[in-house]
Design a protein around this ligand. Sequence first.
Ligand SMILES: [Zn+2]
Length: 244
Amino acid sequence: MRQQDPIIVSLTKEGLTIDCLFSYNRRSKEVQETIDQGIIDHWSGHYKITDDIKKAIMVFCEAKNMPPHDFDSHLQVHVHIRHVQREDISKRRTVRIYYKPSLFLPAHVASPFYRRLWGIFKTGQIESIGLNWSPKYPGYMVLPTQTPMRCLPHVAAHEAGHIFGLGDAYGAWYRFYEPARDTSGYMMRDNTQVREQEIAMLIRAHATGRMQYFPRIFRPSSVFKGLMRALTSPFKRISKKRNR
Ligand SMILES: [Zn+2]
């Protein structure tokens, strides 16, 4: 059954392989390569084996009934991406990627509406209202056509993080406007670089079948500041336009 999942994570002596099957909408033809390469470049690599990764590998091997893997000091991660033209002709499910104009929403990964209903009860996370993740149904990706070309590889790599089973680390409203501690320069915080902790979260997500979230902190001052920003930004935008 698992061989039909859109994202298949496997572990061998050579390292960790993330095998992706994507289906793109027609509009994305000219950017497919940029998106694929962004995901491959950011997630593939040579990661130091931290305690966190070591524990995640143990959980993974246990879940898959594999003998425990012993890696020396580093873990090699490889990302492979394949495409199918049409979802319905593939035996394996795909991750659908839409490159399209998006007036109100920034880039995001979401679940179809029917799956959103019970996500929050499963995880207790507000974040799962939009994405009720499972290895079988990791969601679909929307990348707005307004995304500047130089940002697209980074944005695609961040969104791939959600497809791989990770939550956000930046101060989003569903995180009470407070970023996760010590995550500056993380892929899930500011689209910068995939860190060891994020690789451990990916392994755990695929071992347990559950999305992995960065710890949330509730700080009333951040909530107040975040709400004020959200409320005033539309007016600021209007006044800026008038001044131009
Ligand atoms: Zn995100």
